[in-house]
Design a protein around this ligand. Structure first.
Ligand code: SAH
Ligand code: SF4
Length: 396
């Protein structure tokens, strides 16, 4: 059966959509809830594994094409424990998802977390401050894993320091493909590890694929699914202003938000991130100031330091002014080198000086080390296997 364009792909259905689907196949609506729980609660994507579903319904589901939509083509494990999975979709397109183990207990906030796990850890820290956690004890000493997932094959935004941007846009991922990255990752967790945070920080711009992103967020946080706390799910965006506003409204600001800022003035930002032409800083900052952030929560500001492009102390001071009054924490990420560009990271002493300017102004500023670098799993290094850069980006 070929799904119609508007039909929700099976792995991304909500319980009520499953109820409708199974009743149309002649089963009782209760079975729909069961199927939802198998998929989202227990990460079972193949109908054969849904053992308490009647054989006749299973057969019909199979015929209707319910089943895995991704396969893992390659796993690369870094010396720091980070695992990068190359996943292949049905049309042969590939994207990457990364599992990043944290440390147990309070040490998880220690310096040295990578940008992805830290964007998540920050919301966790804020939550802990509010003493709102009930699952701390249940998890015991589990190693908390952050998963970074992709939302598009390639990316249309064209940021010059990013492998996905250089590769260009191939296609959106379906909500089923996005969520399936999380569902299949369960098999790649080590004993004693628990998935704790999900960050939409892999390949692609999540807010450019808005509907699939929102569906994924709702599935990840669904009480009968993985039931991740919304503050442990973070969307990272290059600054699509209308969609930032929509996300704020759709989730009352409860989903973690990370903004890839990378510059404090329009000229510099447009040079690094072409999207800034469409949504300049004034517009972006206004949307951030109006974002309905719950109390004690902060927006994460990502600032990739690119040597000679955005890393002067004057720029640090400008950034401090730009963010004044906003509840933020700042992550400084020395650019991870990518093959398609000669742009490179700011030297360590300059990074520290940049940090000092901002900490002296009163900001929380963290320097993020590269996790999974030896398997090209660090931020911005997720490339399309075999993709040639669309444009040459050596602008230095
Ligand atoms: N498209 C979204 C999410 C994916 S990119 C966004 O741009 O926010 C995730 C993060 O990696 C962003 O902050 C991005 O700016 C950063 N990044 C991209 N390329 C990088 C590189 N080469 N080195 C360091 N960070 C990079
Ligand atoms: Fe796309 Fe984000 Fe890379 Fe920019 S940094 S090209 S928005 S994935």
């Amino acid at each position: 059966m070929i799904p119609s364009k508007t039909e929700v792909p099976p792995l991304a259905r909500y319980p009520e959509e499953w109820e409708k689907a199974v009743t149309s196949l002649g089963a009782r609506s209760f079975a729909g809830k069961q199927v939802f729980r198998w998929i989202q609660g227990r990460s079972v994507m193949s109908v054969d594994g849904m053992t308490d579903i009647a054989g006749s319904l299973r057969e019909k589901l199979r015929e209707a094409g319910v089943g895995p939509v991704l396969e893992v083509a390659l796993v690369k494990t870094s010396t720091d424990g980070t695992r990068k999975l190359l996943v292949k979709m049905k049309d042969g397109a590939t994207v990457e998802t990364v599992l990043i183990p944290g440390t147990t207990g309070p040490k998880r906030f220690a310096e040295g977390a990578d940008a992805a796990s830290d964007a998540a850890a920050d919301t966790e820290a804020d939550a802990d401050a509010a003493a709102a956690d009930t699952d701390e004890e249940e998890e015991g000493g589990a190693v908390r894993v952050t998963q970074c997932i992709s939302t598009q094959v390639g990316c249309a935004m064209g940021c010059v320091f990013c492998a996905s941007g250089v590769a260009g846009f191939k296609r959106h991922m379906g909500a089923d493909e996005v969520i399936a990255q999380v569902l299949l990752a369960k098999e790649y967790l080590y004993p004693g590890e628990a998935l704790r945070n999900v960050v939409l920080m892999g390949m692609g711009e999540p807010l450019h694929n808005y509907d699939a992103t929102v569906r994924t967020l709702r599935l990840l946080t669904h009480p009968e699914g993985l039931h991740l706390s919304s503050r442990r799910v973070t969307v990272s965006t290059s600054g699509l202003v209308p969609e930032i506003r929509r996300l704020g409204e759709d989730f009352q600001g409860r989903i973690g938000l990370a903004i890839s800022l990378h510059a404090a003035d329009d000229d510099t930002r447009t040079r690094l991130m072409p999207i800034n032409k469409k949504h300049p800083l004034s517009e972006l900052m206004k949307a951030l100031r109006e974002y309905p952030l719950p109390p004690r929560r902060r927006i994460t500001i990502e600032y990739t330091l690119v040597a000679g492009k955005n890393d002067t102390l004057e720029e640090a001071r400008k950034l401090g002014k730009l963010l004044r009054g906003l509840p933020v924490k700042i992550n400084l990420i020395p650019m991870n080198p990518i093959e398609a560009s000669t742009l490179g990271p700011t030297a360590r002493d300059r990074v520290l000086a940049f940090q000092t300017v901002l900490t002296d102004t009163g900001y929380s500023v963290f320097i993020r080390k590269r996790r999974g670098d030896d398997v090209a799993a660090a931020c911005g290094q997720l490339a399309l296997l075999g993709a040639k850069p669309k444009v040459r980006v050596d602008r230095s």
